[in-house]
Design a protein around this ligand. Structure first.
Ligand code: PMP
Length: 304
């Protein structure tokens, strides 16, 4: 069980976490008609009265866009103000993960997105490492990543996570840590909640945004960083067999940060990962507010 932050944002204000409860009839609970975000809130290692948010503008925008994909409105400023209020109420002293959630709060049945009430909440948990920083063993999932023509994949839509859940459990029950999903065209897309990168001959390769991936914020940050470091980066369809001959394979995500892949199916990958290590070091410095050249990626929230 997670350690929850003491207050949640619920019904438009901060309330004790255990009082933030919803009805058994909540529409989104039955139909998966919600959209969520996931962002890290890091107490500044050198000043605990300050919280650092990595690319808060991007996270807030993606959730607002996810709301639009669910045919409702949730403004960026509404999301941001709620996050700030919640951080001030909770004053987290260790790394936290915030989960803002927009959902159909209506109590009526029938799958639909018109003539329906929606609501917005946020809760937080304490979160250190989501995956082992030493690396994960991955299997290729028997489940296929959905297609954008059946589900709006550019949003973090709750219902979509049934596929991630099936894939993750299949992987864990068969002795692996994580799942890599192919798309319906037989190319690699992403993991259950992370984007995928490979390194081959010093070139960084990742599936493009047309490969049924979530447009990850860590992914686009890694791409930008890699370019600034002079690395060659290619976004293109990736075949399964490329995984087995890659020099480095790693996953990116807000929760997973940059996590190396140790093994894919029965193939053990190299333990030297010079490119991933450089990127990870840079990204860690940025998220901890130690890189002045990327200060624009960090939002500092004063608690006093
Ligand atoms: N893919 C999926 C399916 C995810 O849920 C996530 C986590 N948000 C990611 C990729 C990584 O995205 P981000 O870097 O924005 O956290």
């Amino acid at each position: 069980m997670h350690q929850f932050l003491p207050y949640a944002w619920f019904g438009g204000c901060c309330v004790p976490f255990h009082e933030s409860t919803i009805s058994v009839a909540t529409h989104a609970l039955h139909y998966g008609t919600g959209a969520f975000g996931g962002m890290r809130a890091l107490p500044n290692p050198t000043d605990p009265s300050e919280i650092l948010l990595f690319r808060a503008d991007r996270h807030v925008r993606r959730l607002s866009q996810s709301a639009r994909l669910l045919l409702t409105d949730l403004s960026e400023i509404t999301i941001f103000n709620a996050i700030v209020a919640l951080l001030k109420a909770n004053r987290p002293s260790s790394p936290a993960y915030l989960r803002p959630f927009l959902y159909t709060s209506d109590l009526g049945i029938a799958p639909r997105l018109h003539d329906i009430e929606t609501d917005f909440l946020i809760y937080g948990i304490e979160l250190g490492d989501y995956l082992s920083p030493d690396g994960v063993n991955c299997r290729i999932s028997s489940w296929t990543r959905q297609e954008d023509r059946s589900l709006p994949l550019r949003g973090k839509i709750s219902g979509a996570y049934i596929t991630s859940s099936l894939a993750k459990t299949e992987a864990v029950k068969s002795g692996f840590d994580e799942a890599l999903l192919m798309n319906s065209r037989g190319k690699l897309s992403e993991a259950s909640g992370m984007n995928l990168f490979l390194v081959r001959d010093n070139v960084l390769i990742t599936p493009g945004v047309d490969q049924d991936i979530l447009e990850g914020i860590t992914r686009s940050s890694v791409i930008e960083l890699a370019k600034s470091m002079g690395l060659t980066i290619v976004e293109r369809p990736i075949d399964k067999t490329e995984l087995f001959i890659a020099d480095e394979v790693f996953l990116t995500g807000t929760a997973a940060k940059i996590t190396p892949v140790r093994r894919v199916e029965s193939t053990t990958l190299r333990t030297e990962r010079p490119i991933m290590s450089q990127l990870k070091e840079r990204l860690t410095a940025i998220t901890e507010g130690r890189d002045p050249s990327y200060e624009h990626w960090v939002t500092r929230i004063r608690l006093d």
